[in-house]
Design a protein around this ligand. Structure first.
Ligand SMILES: [Zn+2]
Length: 553
């Protein structure tokens, strides 16, 4: 999803203290937005035919969306989401006007005909208004109406979390993606709109506007559907990828072409690295695009938004505190990683956003490994632990569009790095990452499905590991003591039945894989220095010598 990862990271860079969030009370509106409710569950979105006209002069939009759906179960009332203050002008089906009532950001439409399972039908919604303006894109989302440094109008949308219904009507639930989508954006001349998928047509309307018609041939998550309208240049390239020729299209602002040609070639080794680790790029039909945007960046599917000022690092910073993050462009790497984790494999519920952000942050470590070796990749991830707050759990409440802690980024990544140690075999680990993308190809999933897949493919029950890192703020503590010739050890600060393995280097014995549990276990040791043991730092845990000699209990 968006660089929300960066949400946490940005706050860290600004040294902003983050108050512990009280569990907020969820409302009826949260449930309408976040649950697969009765107005949603009976129909499956097949195709969105979206047409939007932008008017930068007064920050307004008007347009229509043809919602084609397949009936899954009999029903009469359909929920369609469109956020205030936008106004619906009318809705129709097969030439007949439809009656509807508004409930905040949701509309409930009465369908006159019986909806028979298997039928395919279309509801068209006409609407207009001045959509919410983004307060802090890409995090505080909505529309950005701005100008480039030459004074040309520049417009962009960002709405992960907030929802695509901030500017167009749809079923705004992550678990249902259309199989394909048209995105036809009309802008004043001479603006160019770059949206997702492939450019199908450019129509000069003869009234001082032009319609840029884009077509996405694959399922797309709605928050990725984006407007980028400005004074763009375009150049292209191709990559001989795993499954053939992948088109690469680059859309910098016209006066940034030289900067883009200098910085954006990083796209090639990035795609090669991620195809190696994750499998084929998921959108050969739609191609890969990088589009300059007036915000930091966002993983808009097949049209990644870029605003990192053509420099390495994260706005010039290194999130890992090792220097390694300054050797590549954070936005190219992180946002593009979402094409696999986030866009190919998409969370059904916002609560499971670690599927997007934990893996995308982990991918930063893998890219460092691709370019600078295995040790460097590990150092990047270990260094990023300084960004973990353990303020609240990573997984949030389900069914209310809630989002967990920003720890989903660095802590999610370090959980995955820890699991790689448990798997203990790089080929197998790579097979798991590729297997996830193959098994859940172009699908929406629950976190549970991802956890179960990894456990099964690893041949290790990791359910307690996921429970520990995703649903609590506790870091496992390895407690140990050496008394006489005996090392005693156990886990504390863990969920019940936590039994994760741990690699420890013990003087006199060398590297050992231990299997601590909550109960004390013992191991005979020979060296008088055995208490100077070292826990493998690739595991995200703490360790404590609780022996008498160490001043423990
Ligand atoms: Zn992200």
């Amino acid at each position: 999803m968006r660089i929300l990862v960066t949400l946490g990271c940005l706050a860290l860079l600004a040294s902003a203290p983050v108050p512990a969030l009280a569990q907020r009370a969820y409302t009826h509106a949260d449930t309408l937005r976040g649950a697969n409710g009765p107005g949603r569950a009976w129909w499956d979105a097949q195709f969105y035919d979206l047409h939007v006209t932008l008017d930068p002069a007064d920050s307004s939009v008007r347009g229509w969306n043809g919602i084609t759906y397949r009936v899954l179960a009999p029903a009469r009332e359909m929920q369609i989401d469109l956020q205030e203050p936008l106004v619906v002008d009318s809705m129709a089906q097969a030439g007949r006007h439809l009656a509807y009532r508004r409930d905040g950001n949701a509309f409930f439409v009465t369908l006159p005909e019986a909806q028979r399972p298997g039928d395919v039908a279309t509801v068209t919604v006409w609407y207009h208004g001045r959509p919410r303006v983004a307060t802090n894109p890409p995090w505080g989302g909505g529309f950005t109406w701005t100008r480039d440094s030459l004074g040309n109008p520049w417009v962009a949308t960002t709405d992960e979390g907030l929802g695509a219904s901030v500017y167009w009507p749809l079923k705004d639930w992550l678990g249902d993606e259309p199989d394909s989508q048209r995105i036809a954006i009309t802008v004043p001349d001479p603006m160019i709109d770059v949206s997702n998928g492939r450019l199908r047509s450019v129509t000069h309307n003869g009234d001082g506007t032009t319609t840029w018609e884009w077509f996405v041939a694959d399922p797309i998550n709605s928050y990725d559907v984006a407007v980028n309208a400005g004074t763009y240049a375009h150049y292209s390239d191709t990559l001989a990828g795993e499954t053939g020729k992948l088109s690469l299209d680059f859309w910098p602002l016209a006066y940034h072409v030289e900067a883009a040609r200098r910085q954006w070639p990083q796209v090639i080794p990035m795609l090669q690295c991620f195809e190696h680790w994750f499998g084929p790029y998921p959108w050969y039909a739609d191609g890969y695009k990088l589009v300059e945007a007036p915000h930091l960046g966002m993983e808009h599917q097949s049209a990644v938004a870029y605003g990192n000022h053509f420099a390495n690092g994260y706005l010039g910073h290194d999130l890992s505190h090792t220097g390694l993050g300054l050797t590549w462009d954070y936005i190219i790497v992180h946002e593009s990683a979402h094409e696999w984790f986030g866009n190919n494999i998409t969370m059904q519920d916002q609560a499971d956003m670690w599927i997007h952000e934990g893996f995308a942050y982990y991918a930063e470590g893998l890219y460092t490994e691709c370019t600078q070796g295995r040790m460097a990749g590990a150092a990047y991830l270990i260094g990023s632990r300084r960004n973990i707050r353990n303020d609240r759990p990573i997984v949030a409440a389900y069914g209310v569009n809630a989002e967990g802690s920003g720890d989903m980024y660095p802590k999610g990544a370090n959980m995955l790095h820890t699991i790689r140690q448990i798997v203990g075999d790089d080929a197998r680990w790579r097979g798991i990452l590729r297997g996830l993308n193959q098994t859940f190809w172009h699908q929406t999933v629950t976190g549970q499905q991802v956890e179960d897949y990894i456990s099964r493919a690893a041949g290790v029950d990791l359910s307690k590991v996921f429970e520990q890192y995703l649903t609590t703020t506790m870091i496992p503590e390895f407690d140990y003591k050496v008394e006489g010739g005996t090392l005693s050890y156990r886990w504390t600060n863990v969920v019940p039945a936590f039994d994760m393995q741990l690699k420890v280097n013990i003087p006199g014995l060398g590297d050992r894989i231990l299997h601590p549990t909550g109960a004390w276990q013992t191991l005979p040791v020979t060296s008088p220095d055995a208490a100077q043991l070292e826990v493998d730092e690739n595991y995200y845990v703490t360790a404590r010598d609780v022996g008498a000699a160490a001043g423990g209990r």
